[in-house]
Design a protein around this ligand. Structure first.
Ligand SMILES: CC(C)(COP(=O)(O)OP(=O)(O)OC[C@H]1O[C@@H](n2cnc3c(N)ncnc32)[C@H](O)[C@@H]1OP(=O)(O)O)[C@@H](O)C(=O)NCCC(=O)NCCS
Length: 161
């Protein structure tokens, strides 16, 4: 398995991957809209046998400190449970930390994301349409600078069904 940044020409393969992963176009549309708006800050691909088998995207949030959203994350069905999702998340987290971002927020299954250090308690003080038990944050570079405030996702998220 090989991880790399998305490159021009990958768009259709990422779309196809996400449609298959999520059983519909919403997440594929989200990535296309984020990219078109210039909000696809980190877009990482996992390749195997020259095929794109996994993808993760980080986009900037409006937040009281520099913070990113991790969404979506997808690994092709035949390639799951081999650590590809894990490698994609860890690479994205490392990239965000190296760039000086102070947190990553994610909406997902706590059973999956807690292994990376994401926790609902870190996100609990932040107002967001996604707030709840599945809304988690991972502090980067130390504790979160503040524990309360409002989080606003990039505009493309408003189109998500
Ligand atoms: C979630 C997903 C990205 C995981 O990718 P993956 O490459 O299989 O993940 P990894 O191999 O790194 O990790 C697999 C481990 O996570 C666990 N896991 C996978 N999905 C999980 C989930 N939804 N909840 C809890 N644990 C999960 C597996 O049991 C496995 O644990 P094990 O290694 O101890 O057996 C992949 O299943 C996927 O694309 N699912 C459909 C799209 C989706 O739901 N994306 C997440 C949106 S937040």
């Amino acid at each position: 398995m090989f991880l790399r940044d998305e490159a021009p020409g990958d768009e259709a393969a990422i779309r196809a991957l996400l449609r298959d992963c999520f059983g519909g176009p919403d997440e594929a549309d989200l990535v296309d809209h984020l990219r078109a708006a210039g909000d696809a800050l980190v877009s990482l691909i996992a390749e195997e046998d020259d095929a794109i088998v996994g993808h993760v995207l980080l986009s900037p949030l409006a937040a009281p400190f520099p913070a990113l959203a991790l969404a979506p994350l997808g690994v092709a069905e035949g390639y799951r449970r081999q650590g590809i999702g894990d490698a994609l998340v860890r690479a994205a987290v490392a990239r965000a930390a190296a760039m000086g971002w102070r947190a990553i927020f994610v909406l997902g299954d706590p059973a999956y994301y807690q292994r990376f250090g994401f926790a609902a308690e870190h996100a609990a003080g932040f107002a967001s349409p996604y707030a709840g038990a599945h809304f988690m944050a991972l502090p980067l570079g130390g504790d979160l600078p503040v524990l309360r405030g409002a989080i606003r996702h990039a505009p493309a998220f408003a189109d998500l069904g």
